[in-house]
Design a protein around this ligand. Structure first.
Ligand code: SAM
Ligand code: DTB
Ligand code: SF4
Length: 331
């Protein structure tokens, strides 16, 4: 080989993907796509390791946003019952249980459009209490200002989850009360405060494959790829505009995981919502295609997740184990 020509290494992170290139990855024959993603996965991770996060809804329902998939929006009549922000002690007690159940990261979710400064001291108490248990901390509280991001980081917040949800061309069909740019601004505030980013989206909302590629294209062309990249399979909520959506085919979900692994090779890619409806075999294909994180515990925020016993059995049968802790720099 000519020593002056370096071949393109498909496992090195790139930030210059075009939308057409990302869409073309979805067109690769299935087994070839999964094989390529598995190869890239092995370059950066031990494929037998899984990162385990657990969610708690610390403030449920009554949200002023109109995200068309969500049980917690006050725009739609759903079965979700609204409640106030939990006390820090109760959150820390739930995190203690999550840790005993094997969770590595504890993610606190609030049904807010944005954080109010008056709530920051209580949030800081929760975060520092959870961190003191030896858990990684994550929160998803809506939009954050740079000042709030710095305050939460100072309290011990390791990750902030803020999803782009879908591609920019389909976004307006899903939510109109918050712009795509506002989401990107929050991601910037999170990164500038020195927190790790958890950012992904949802499939199964009636979007096209190009929209799915559009979401991954946005993530892959961010200045830093998200450290955690959750792919949610829509949990259809009766009463919401998207409650009757046609589910995405399982093979297409695996393709989404594989393309995420290829375009963000160093991100921890999570099968987020939707495992409740997935067979062990489908989840195993996702792990082969580069997924290396799941939510554990019987509840997500307002919907169900496979319980600890069935996940423990699945991981034992697959001979997979919790990911060893490591500090990951943004790619
Ligand atoms: N309220 C905050 C916000 O939206 O910024 C944080 C919590 S919100 C529930 C976090 C994310 O969960 C959403 O952005 C969406 O991607 C995901 N999500 C919410 N409801 C879902 C559903 N029914 N199915 C799949 N994912 C869902
Ligand atoms: C993410 O991407 N998925 C999680 C977490 N980040 C906050 C939320 C899933 C919610 C599923 C629907 C529910 O339980 O209400
Ligand atoms: Fe509110 Fe978040 Fe649900 Fe949107 S996804 S309605 S912002 S809780």
């Amino acid at each position: 080989m000519n020593a002056h020509v370096s071949p393109i290494d498909p496992a090195q992170p790139r930030h210059d993907w075009t939308l057409d290139e990302v869409e073309a990855l979805f067109e690769i024959p299935f087994t070839e796509l999964v094989f390529r993603a598995a190869e890239v996965h092995r370059r950066w991770f031990d494929p037998a390791e899984l990162q385990l996060s657990q969610l708690l809804s610390v403030k449920t329902g009554g949200c002023p946003e109109n995200c068309g998939y969500c049980s917690q929006s006050q725009h739609f009549k759903t079965a979700t019952v609204a409640s106030k922000l939990m006390e820090a002690e109760a959150v820390i007690a739930a995190a203690t249980e999550a840790k005993a159940g094997g969770a590595q990261r504890f993610c606190m979710g609030a049904a807010w459009r944005d954080v109010k400064d008056r709530d920051v001291p209580k949030l800081a108490a929760m975060i520092s209490g959870v961190k003191a248990l030896g858990l990684e901390t994550c929160a998803t509280l809506g939009m954050l200002t740079p000042h709030q991001a710095r305050a939460l980081k100072a309290a011990g917040l390791d990750f902030y989850n803020h999803n782009l949800d879908t591609g920019p061309d389909y976004y307006d069909q899903v939510v109109t009360t918050r712009t795509y740019q506002e989401r990107l601004d929050t991601l910037t505030a999170v990164g500038e405060a020195g927190m790790s980013t958890c950012c992904g989206g949802i499939v199964g909302m009636g979007e096209t494959r190009r929209d799915r590629a559009g979401l991954l294209h946005q993530l892959a062309t961010l200045p830093s790829h998200p450290q955690s990249l959750p792919i949610n399979d829509l949990m259809p909520i009766p009463g919401t505009p998207l409650g009757g959506s046609t589910p995405v085919d399982g093979l297409e979900f695996v393709r989404m995981i594989a393309v995420a692994r290829l375009v963000c090779p160093k991100s921890v890619v999570r099968i987020a919502a939707g495992r409740e409806h997935m067979s062990r075999e489908l989840q195993s294909l996702c792990f082969l295609a580069g997924a290396n994180s799941i939510f554990v515990g019987a509840r997500l925020l307002t919907t169900n997740n496979p319980g600890r016993d069935s996940d423990d059995a699945m991981l034992a049968d697959l001979k997979m184990r919790p990911m060893s802790p490591k500090v990951s720099a943004p790619a």
